[in-house]
Design a protein around this ligand. Structure first.
Ligand SMILES: [Zn+2]
Length: 214
């Protein structure tokens, strides 16, 4: 796998970007990761970077985007925050990644057994975490399927909330960033939500969240 150049990045379409991530995750779950010379890649990217994807994922130590998609240096912008939520600063980072630096896809990646989602399910309040969990709370409220045990002790409820949170984040990005919305509508970039199973390593993309322009 070669280090991405500006020309290589320009030739990648949003659909191909998704394909590259799917292939990378397939390598990860098959334990067939590419043997990269990271030091050489550091050298090759020292004058500039041309990543093909912006991946918003959780801070969870088991969910490193570069590892689970088998990517090297200069391949992806990795935005990480507990519960893969967005705020103004994260939207700004995504706008930089796509509009300025030329990435072709935005991925909102949640994961199973997410501690932040569990915290929101349990209405945890603690220091600055309270405000962060408030951003996941609408997903808890939107989960109307579960009538009993609406807490972190109910794995099904937690995974339902996690999926809703991912979908809401994709929608919010479109609503809150006119720059990204326009790029998506023009087909310059794509956006998709998905979830990473921390036990198997497998990433499932949600087709209903996929927007790849016209
Ligand atoms: Zn998490």
């Amino acid at each position: 796998m070669k280090t991405l150049t500006k020309e290589m990045q320009a030739a990648i379409t949003p659909s191909l970007a998704l394909e590259l991530l799917k292939e990378g995750n397939q390598r990860f779950v098959s334990n067939l990761k590419i043997n990269r010379n990271l030091l050489q890649q550091a050298n090759e990217t020292s004058e500039g970077q041309h990543p093909f994807a912006v991946i918003l994922s959780c801070i969870d130590s088991r969910t490193s985007a570069e590892l689970i998609f088998d990517q090297g240096l200069g391949d992806v912008f990795s935005v990480r925050i507990a519960g893969n939520i967005i705020n103004e600063d994260i939207l700004g980072s995504m706008e930089f990644g796509c509009k300025v630096a030329g990435s072709k896809i935005i991925v909102v990646l949640g994961h199973t057994k997410c501690g932040a989602v569990k915290g929101a399910c349990d209405h945890v309040e603690m220091g600055n975490l309270t405000a962060l969990l408030t951003k996941i709370r609408p997903a808890v409220d939107d989960e109307t399927e579960t009538k009993e045990n609406r807490n972190s002790g109910n794995p099904e409820f937690v995974e339902n909330v996690s999926k809703i949170n991912i979908k809401r984040t994709v929608k919010s990005i479109m609503e809150r960033s006119p720059i990204l919305k326009e790029m998506i509508e023009k087909g310059e970039i794509g956006i998709v939500g998905g979830s990473h199973d921390i036990a198997s390593g497998e990433v499932t993309f949600y087709p209903e969240t996929m927007i790849f322009g016209s």
